[in-house]
Ligand binder design. Structure first.
Ligand code: ADP
Ligand code: MG
Length: 420
């Protein structure tokens, strides 16, 4: 038996710890710092790599890293140096997410399909480029910007504002010292996540996120307002194309460049005229995609994460998924993704049906009461025999849960139904 330390505090980390605790091989599951739904919380921040390493050493943990920031900060490298078992990509491999410019240049030199782009650090030159470019553009800050550093533009005025925001007003600090200006690709967006061990990548179940705050994909981008799995947007044929032309090629190209990619590789995909383009890479599970994906997983997650960290995914039997659909509805605080109140008491956690689970994200246990403590508060996740059933099951549970400033989208999964 082994102990596990999950690093992070969101819905994704609650789902990872929930699934890992079901493994026959796993004894205790600790979460640092965790949230109001995770049970053995360790009060260490995700930034305090030394303290996390000391804890992992003391309890002989296998460590699983949820979010991108500690990966970009070299948590995995530090743990390996100390001889600690850890799941996730190295700092070098995490550049696929931590520098969008690094990722775009990597894709270009390795012929991985992505939108055309140019790089700028000078606002005047960037604006001159926009004025002569004939297509609509998307402007992206290079570094990590908590999902706010990308501006999809409809005209030159919007593009010029975006350039000023990042390069002149420095709204993202150093993360915005350079920008990418890329062709806007309009199509259908989906998430493709594979578990990699440096040699191979095995696909996770497909999924689709809902990034905008309002129904029908209106309003500003958020961290994600809900997700479902599988998605009809990616059929078997397209899945094979993505697997070969994007996932396998990314792993082998990284390896050719001397970097082993171990961990979850997430390709944000735009499908235009049946052809997939990589919008970005993430080097970890998506949140909320993780919740519906793990609800559908039959296999022992611990075995897979361990094999990924050791370069041994080939030794495992084929991963197994439930045939059912799963839907996760994010319950957020009114005002998110901008400012929102915290500290509201949440009720309605009793009598959750067997086929459902309420994952916590921005919650805190305040002397036995669960209170809101973030923008995205809960991820109500349910299985169903079809996408439609899973949607209904999830909304039935979501209706039971109350707090003063609760907000949810009411159309999660609907865009999937239109492809069936
Ligand atoms: N080239 C593009 N064409 C059209 N939309 C895009 C493009 N690049 C990004 N987007 C949109 O912007 C969102 C955020 O961009 P992404 O590159 O995923 O950055 P991040 O998740 O770091 O904010 C995407 O989910 C997608 O909806
Ligand atoms: Mg993204």
């Amino acid at each position: 038996m082994v102990n596990v330390l999950v690093v992070g505090s969101g819905g994704r980390e609650h789902a990872l710890s929930w699934k890992l605790s079901q493994s026959e091989l796993v004894d205790e599951v600790y979460v640092a710092p965790g949230n109001g739904g995770t049970s053995q919380n360790i009060p260490i921040s995700v930034d305090d790599i030394d303290a996390l390493a000391n804890f992992a050493q003391e309890k002989s943990c296998f460590t699983v890293v949820g979010p991108e920031a500690p990966l970009a900060n070299g948590l995995v490298d530090k743990f390996i140096e100390k001889g600690l078992a850890v799941f996730g990509p190295s700092k070098q491999a995490a550049q696929l997410e931590s520098s969008k410019i690094w990722a775009k240049e990597f894709m270009k030199r390795n012929d991985i399909p992505t939108a055309d782009f140019e790089i700028f650090d000078d606002a005047q030159k960037a604006k001159e480029f926009v004025s002569t470019y004939e297509k609509q553009v998307v402007i992206k800050a290079d570094g990590l910007a908590a999902g706010k550093g990308v501006i999809v533009c409809s005209n030159n005025d919007e593009a010029n504002d975006a350039i000023d925001k990042i390069l002149v007003k420095k709204e993202f600090g150093d993360a915005g010292s350079k920008i990418i200006i890329e062709e806007r690709v309009d199509g259908i967006e989906a998430s493709y996540i594979a578990l990699c061990d440096g040699q191979i990548g095995i696909p996770m179940a497909t999924s689709q996120d809902h990034k905008r705050i309002y129904d029908d994909d209106k309003g500003p981008n958020t961290g994600g307002m809900g997700a479902y799995s599988p998605t009809p947007v990616i059929d078997d044929k397209l899945s094979n194309v993505i697997q070969e032309e994007i996932i396998a090629k990314t792993i082998s190209s990284m390896s050719k460049e001397g970097i082993e990619f171990r961990g979850f590789l997430y390709a944000g995909i735009m499908i235009r005229d049946g052809k997939p383009y990589v919008l970005e890479y993430n080097v970890r599970m998506g949140d909320p995609e993780c919740q519906p994906i793990l609800m559908r997983l039959n296999s022992d997650l611990y075995k897979y994460l361990k094999a990924s960290s050791e370069g041994k995914l080939n030794d495992l039997s084929e991963i197994s998924w439930k045939d059912e659909s799963a839907v996760c509805i994010v319950l957020a605080s009114n005002g998110y993704p901008n400012s929102y109140p915290k500290g509201d008491e949440i009720s309605g956690f009793d009598n959750i049906p067997q086929n459902s689970f309420v994952f916590h994200a921005g919650t805190k246990n305040d002397d036995g009461k669960i209170v809101s403590n973030g923008g995205r508060v809960l991820g109500v996740t349910a299985l169903g025999s079809s996408l439609n059933d899973a949607i209904n099951n999830a909304y039935n549970v979501a209706e039971k849960i109350h707090w003063e400033n609760k907000y949810q989208r009411n159309d999660i999964g609907k865009k999937g139904l239109s492809y069936l």
